[in-house]
Design a protein around this ligand. Structure first.
Ligand code: FES
Length: 143
């Protein structure tokens, strides 16, 4: 049911691990399935110079976080903020519909990590776009 890209990122995750002196950390969880994702950012002059993730969750969540870290590495914070879960899923050559919500964790994790960085810098956190769906109330999350 998974594309080759998903399987590749699941079996050989990129940027897995932890940055102990991270400039921003985001932790998100999916209350339905209990999966957890942490994103660690190193930021220099508004550029994400390093990013790592820890994901305790399903294969799609691991693959999404791996791909998401690749997409935002070297990007400005503004560019990284714009990386949507859809972009992550597209880069993975698609996710099965019942697994789309797993990629939402990656987008949320990046947003939390960026805002953690901004708050630490004394800057106001960025707001999520209106109408952005962050819920997992569609009953599609597997345990
Ligand atoms: Fe929970 Fe994928 S993140 S099933």
């Amino acid at each position: 049911m998974y594309s080759e890209k998903v399987m590749d990122h699941f079996m050989n995750p990129r940027n897995q691990g932890e940055i102990t002196d991270a400039d921003g950390v985001g932790e998100v969880g999916n209350p339905t399935c209990g999966d957890i994702m942490r994103i660690f950012l190193s930021v220099k002059e508004n550029i994400i110079t390093d990013v790592k993730f820890q994901t305790f969750g399903c294969g799609a969540a691991v693959a999404s976080s791996s791909m998401a870290t690749e997409l935002i590495k070297g990007k400005t914070l503004e560019e990284a903020w714009e990386v949507s879960n859809k972009a992550v899923a597209e880069a993975l050559e698609g996710l099965p519909p019942i697994k789309m919500h797993c990629s939402v964790l990656a987008e949320e994790g990046i947003h939390k990590a960026i805002n953690d960085y901004r708050i630490k810098q004394g800057l106001p956190p960025w707001e999520e776009k209106a109408g952005h769906h962050h819920g997992h109330d569609d009953g599609t999350c597997e345990t």
